[in-house]
Design a protein around this ligand. Structure first.
Ligand SMILES: [Zn+2]
Length: 416
């Protein structure tokens, strides 16, 4: 008799239905034949998967769109300017409450592994302290990593160097840089160098905002990849956005993609914000803002797709449903091949687990933590088509959320 049995669920690409037995927070059995539990949940023939992985979300800026004013131009620079104003009003309670609201939305949509970005360009480190408390308070429900991010730069805003070290001592999991926003290319490289020196010294992840600008001369990914090789940090390093890559000549991009592949760094693309924010300075045709995902798949680079923002000065929409980001990536990246559609789901699941370095304990298998999500769809492509809510979200063997599928009632007979 197991603590909990999830019955009548289908694993991806398998027709038969399974019973999953959970004991002491772990998956104890996966069986085609019925098993009994003290509590039993009918999966109704749903698809069951491991939870999604959000590899890049700003939990300090969530739900601040319009405060103190709306980003009318939609540009990154107006967003930064508004956030600099909003940042002055932060309190730990304000950040804590908004972060929890966002985490509940992510959880409802099946995300149980989260890498959160927090701006440290605030001398009081208010947001960081609030998110470290969120991490502690939510540790029994979801896996939260925190990255210290110097929104205003490291070299052009030197106070951030000191705050970065303070953030490490307070307990962040990783550190960041934003080289394309430093004053010069040389200072951008210096910021990357500083970030790597700290990561080596304190053994942290690196998660660098890289080339989030429509400038074919913004080429910091090559520096990040090169340092990842020489430092040996490799898979512990992530470059996110990399939007400028679509403006590079193909000859340079080809060399760069080989370098990224050799370096083993992870790439995180944020298709929701970058389709709407990039290309603002283009005439027609306008750039799509999403990095070269298609070519990265071909080079076996570990690419992830992230939601990034929920109602922030940078992006006014977002619901916490990471499938919306996957849907956008398919369109902006021309990723409609059948293998590509399957790979898109990997980019919000197993690839994310690799980036967070939790892949060894990720997935539905005996002995792993019982973290499971179910969907009332036929296959993974339907996840991208419909972007449905999870019917069940189970974390460490406990049902955390239940959203019954919506049902439409037709009042007249519709004939073809
Ligand atoms: Zn971001």
């Amino acid at each position: 008799m197991y603590d909990l049995v999830l019955k009548n669920v289908r694993l991806p690409k398998i027709e038969e239905q399974y019973y999953i037995g959970i004991e002491n927070e772990f998956i104890a059995e996966i069986s085609r034949t019925p098993i009994k539990g003290k509590e039993e949940i009918d999966g109704c023939g749903d698809l069951v998967m491991p939870p999604f992985v959000e590899t890049h979300i700003h939990l300090d800026t969530v739900y601040t769109a319009g405060e103190p004013r709306w980003n009318q131009s939609g540009s990154l620079f107006e967003g930064i300017s508004i956030w600099n104003e909003r940042k002055q009003m932060l309190t730990e309670d304000d950040v804590y409450n908004r972060a929890i609201k966002a985490l509940c939305q992510l959880l409802k949509h099946g995300v149980l592994y989260v890498r959160a970005i927090v701006d440290i360009s605030d001398e009081r480190l208010t947001a960081l302290k609030a998110l470290l408390k969120v991490k502690e308070d939510f540790s029994t429900i979801l896996n939260l990593q925190i990255i210290a991010f110097p929104q205003n730069g490291l070299i052009s805003f030197p106070e951030n160097k000191k705050r970065m070290i303070e953030a490490i001592k307070l307990g962040v999991d990783g550190i960041s840089a934003v080289p394309h926003l430093e004053r010069t290319r040389e200072e951008g490289i210096e910021s990357i160098k500083f970030c790597f020196s700290l990561a080596e010294k304190y053994n942290t992840f690196i998660h660098i905002f890289c080339d989030e600008i429509d400038d074919s001369q913004s080429r910091f990914v090559e520096t990040v990849a090169s340092y990842a090789i020489t430092s040996g940090l490799k898979e512990k390093v992530t470059a996110c956005h990399t939007c400028a890559m679509v403006y590079y000549p193909d000859s340079y991009a080809s060399k760069l993609l080989d370098l990224i592949s050799i370096s083993k760094i992870n790439i995180v693309s944020c298709p929701l914000i970058n389709t709407v924010m990039q290309g603002r300075y283009d005439s027609y045709p306008k750039g799509r803002g999403v990095t070269r995902i298609k070519e990265m798949i071909q080079k076996h680079i570990n690419v992830c797709i992230a939601h990034d923002d929920i109602m922030t000065p940078f992006y006014p929409l977002g619901s916490g449903n990471i499938l919306q980001a996957a849907h956008m990536a398919v369109h902006a990246g021309h990723l409609t091949g059948s293998d590509e559609l399957e790979e898109i789901i990997n980019m919000i699941s197993i690839n994310g687990a690799r980036t967070l370095q939790i892949a060894d304990s990720y997935g539905i298998k005996k002995g792993n933590e019982a973290n499971l999500i179910t969907f009332s769809v036929q296959n993974t492509i339907d996840l991208i088509r419909y972007q449905p809510h999870c019917r069940y979200v189970i974390s460490k063997g406990k049902v955390m959320a239940h959203t019954p599928p919506s049902k439409t009632i037709f009042y007249r007979t519709i004939q073809n």
